[in-house]
Design a protein. Sequence first.
Length: 278
Amino acid sequence: MTLVGEWAPLSDARYELGEGARASDAGFVFVDLLSGALVIDDGSVLHDLDVPLGAVAPRPGGGWIAAAGNGIAFLDRSGGEVEWVADLLVDALVPMRMNDGVADPHGRFWAGAMPYGDHPGTGFLVRVDVDGSTHRVLDGLTIPNGPAFSADGSVMYLAESTAGVITRYDVADDGSLLAPTVFAEIGDANPDGMTVDADGCLWSALWGGHRLHRYAPDGELVDVVPVPASQPTSIAFGSGRILVTSATTGLDEPGPWDGATLITSTTVGGVPTAMFGG
């Protein structure tokens, strides 16, 4: 068993769209995406934006890079300053927003953009290099989630949530994506946020599935972990614990733990959270 305790809510708070769980020097952080809030695990709000906040990654010396609103921003460490550095949706033909994102072990930041409403294939994935340049690397997506990287950064996993598919890519030294292969297919739920553990296994939260999946590097499903929320959205490991965010959005009658941020102890170790820029 990968869990050694029972799930419990981190607090009484319930979030419409909890996402983007990360372990950090400040403890766990996550976002309440639609409200634009960056939350730390004591329940306090570190940043409160007036646009949706998809995900963050830490920066050396403090602060965060964020996939937010129409693009990419830098958030200071104290919750005061927001510096917008890229508008990625200025030419979008349909209403869109930024979604999930993460830094890779080489210091680059990767983030997805997705449409509001039913506009298949209008989403995309971007890469922000350490020099601040942005590169649109994958098109034709709908709801990209993740991505997640192997510990050495040579492999990227990306979920296409609406299709129920997780794709594996080799990552070249310059960040180019090579040799895409279908890594996993889920027929009864939607793969959402993902992370790779210390054993190199990929974990995926399954929106609508009440569970997490753990996959070996060869794609074998090696563990199924039930969670007491119908829409788990992201996963983070730290200090012998696993934290899972969840959402109430779209539920007519949320259950008592839907929208909760859930935590328990685990025997599984995580890998250090990668920083943007180094």
